[in-house]
Ligand binder design. Structure first.
Ligand code: NAD
Ligand code: IPM
Ligand code: MN
Length: 339
């Protein structure tokens, strides 16, 4: 049962398969009986090519006021030289993450039948506003033999701690409460030291949570060979990005992987989107798996307090046969049929 409210949701379909999967997600949310008042924003490659900018300040402020934001994907096709690298990703997605202070990127996974992680559930809690994504660095003497490019990583006690605390809170709710810090403390000693001490400090508040540590390279082995060792993984922005595509692959495919960019204090809208990108290689083919977008919308419903509708959709997704060759429309129909 929906609690009867109508939610104002900003819909950013974006590029490539983004609009296809977001529309499927909206259909399913409505199919579960939740009323949405949607406002569609044309943001992404087409808008940039037409108007010469990605997103203005007024739009960012407008988006902040919604109950939630649902996003498909942003980014040009690999090799599309009309749009410089990073313009869309930084100008839209990262601008939203930073501007709305969406400091947790929560990415839950569940191995579909027949996948490497068959039946196992775990989550990645990715720090979402710092690390190498903060954009520290620059270029000197570009395109000369003496050029210099630096790309720093920002790690603050405040930023790391609030992310780690969220991860512990999630971990403490598991049937077997456990948290693994993934980092590269053997090389990135400054940031690694901060992250390790914060995990030890915050861990004192969560005595029931088993705490473990993996170097990120080894975590790539363990995710493939023994994913059942993980409950909640907490990690830096860039490691979290990379590990979540790997986690998608071992749990049945990137087309299943959902994410929530959260402002847990709820001082503004949070943003929900699949882990995958614009997938220009399959756009328009009808082959995009909409389940990542549908599960992202489920996370949105949980965040909005529509727990019953969220569970109903999550159950339908869990019961789905896992045959992704069915394509966008048939998968969506199958989910609708199970609600
Ligand atoms: P991608 O995730 O778009 O695609 C990687 C591979 O996964 C492709 O083979 C694609 O066909 C497949 N795939 C992705 N989603 C799928 C789905 N729902 N169903 C079936 N197959 C799916 O990654 P990429 O090719 O590296 O990036 C393409 C563009 O998307 C780039 O511009 C990138 O910056 C952007 N991107 C955006 C986001 C986002 O908006 N959150 C995330 C990742 C990449
Ligand atoms: C993701 C994406 C983004 C990221 C890109 C598009 C900026 O890959 O959400 O995983 O790196 O965070
Ligand atoms: Mn990614």
């Amino acid at each position: 049962m929906s609690n009867g409210r109508t939610y104002r949701v900003a819909v950013l379909g974006g590029d490539g398969i983004g609009p296809e999967v977001v529309n499927a997600a909206l259909e399913v949310v409505r199919g579960a009986g939740v009323e949405l008042r949607t406002t569609h924003y044309e943001l992404g490659a087409a808008r940039y090519l037409r108007d010469g900018f990605v997103m203005d300040d007024a739009t960012l402020e407008e988006l902040r006021a919604f109950d939630a934001i649902l996003l498909g994907a942003v980014g040009p096709a690999i090799g599309d030289t009309r749009i410089p690298n990073g313009v869309l990703e930084r100008g839209l997605l990262l601008r939203l993450r930073f501007g709305l202070d969406l400091y947790v990127n929560y990415r839950p996974f569940r191995g579909v039948a027949g996948s490497i992680a068959d039946g196992h559930e775990f989550a990645i809690v990715r720090e979402n506003t710092e690390g190498p994504y903060a954009g520290e660095g620059g270029v000197l003497r570009r395109a000369t033999p003496h050029e210099v490019a630096t790309q720093g990583s920002v790690n603050t006690r405040f930023g790391v701690e609030r992310c780690v605390r969220y991860a512990f809170e999630r971990a403490s709710k598991l049937a077997r409460p456990r948290l693994t810090l993934v980092h590269k403390t053997n090389v990135l000693t400054f940031a690694g030291d901060l992250w390790s001490r914060v995990v030890a400090d915050v861990g004192e508040e969560f005595g029931d949570v088993e705490v473990d540590y993996n170097h990120v390279d080894a975590a790539c082995i363990y995710l493939v060979e023994s994913p059942e060792r993980y409950g909640v993984i907490v990690t830096d922005n860039l490691f979290g990005d990379i590990l979540s595509d790997l986690a998608g692959a071992v749990t049945g495919g990137i087309g299943f992987a959902a994410s929530a960019n959260l402002n847990p204090a709820k001082t503004g809208a949070s943003l929900f989107e699949p882990v995958h990108g614009a997938a220009h290689d399959i756009v328009g083919s009808g082959r995009a798996n909409p389940l990542a977008a549908i599960s992202s919308a489920t996370l949105m419903l949980e965040h909005l307090g529509e727990g019953d509708a969220a569970s109903k959709i999550a159950r339908a997704v869990r019961d789905f046969s896992g045959d992704v060759t069915l394509g966008t429309t048939s998968i969506t129909q199958e989910i609708l049929g199970r609600l």
